[in-house]
Design a protein around this ligand. Sequence first.
Ligand code: DGL
Length: 269
Amino acid sequence: MKERAIGVFDSGLGGLTVVRELLAALPGEDIVYFGDTGRVPYGSRSREALEEYARQDQRFLLSQDVKLVIAACGTVSSVVPYVGEELPVPFLGVVSPAADAAVQATRNGKIGVIGTIATIASKAYGRELLKRSPGLTISERACPLFVPLVEAGWFGESDEVALLTARRYLEGLKEEGVDTLILGCTHYPILTGVIRRVMGEEPVLINTGKTAAAAAGALLREKGLLNPRAAGGRCRYFVSDRTEDFARLAGVFLSRPVDEVQRVDITAY
Ligand code: DGL
């Protein structure tokens, strides 16, 4: 069981923010990544569609014999978290680990949350935050254009379109004085440079990829499922549409060649 891979899924590139941290923290682990590039974005889908997509994504990962499934997707983790409870292996979403980190980080009790339309409508982050600390002031904003910007590769810190978009979405939150901002969609940490330029140096940015990867490590340790190998893990990538763009942008983001990308018919799962 320990030798099995960790399964990670998202609608596209966003879940790579989890993979990047897993590669750094647990280099001996094998990883199977699924990016549903044929059906991205998830953030504007209905609950019914998200249930179906998440079940198919999970079934595909199980077919790869994974020991843990990470929904590296704020939308799935917020809107249909119960789908993960159906699994025969441990499951982790991104909301709780990010809420833990935000509550630890805030000093003035004002926390901002940004995410997809579906995530923000679900109020899942707000609920988790208030469970931990009822006195918090929470401001939530949907930033639906961030995902297509990332999928198009327009995420460089000087990208003018990304900067304009970020200003439009984030200036209100800056004025409200949030000292902690949850990047509640896993695509958003890829835009950290842009978000930082708009928000300034002060707010703590909670990277959902990082907090989820740390929680995954802790969960594997607790369950005695860590791979004893210290290095040399293999990462395989699967997508539901063309492989070329994914391989190129994933390579840029992960700063390593991404050559093992295969296309799967996800509707068959
Ligand atoms: N990265 C995902 C999330 O965290 C999905 C975004 C999307 O496809 O809209 O919400």
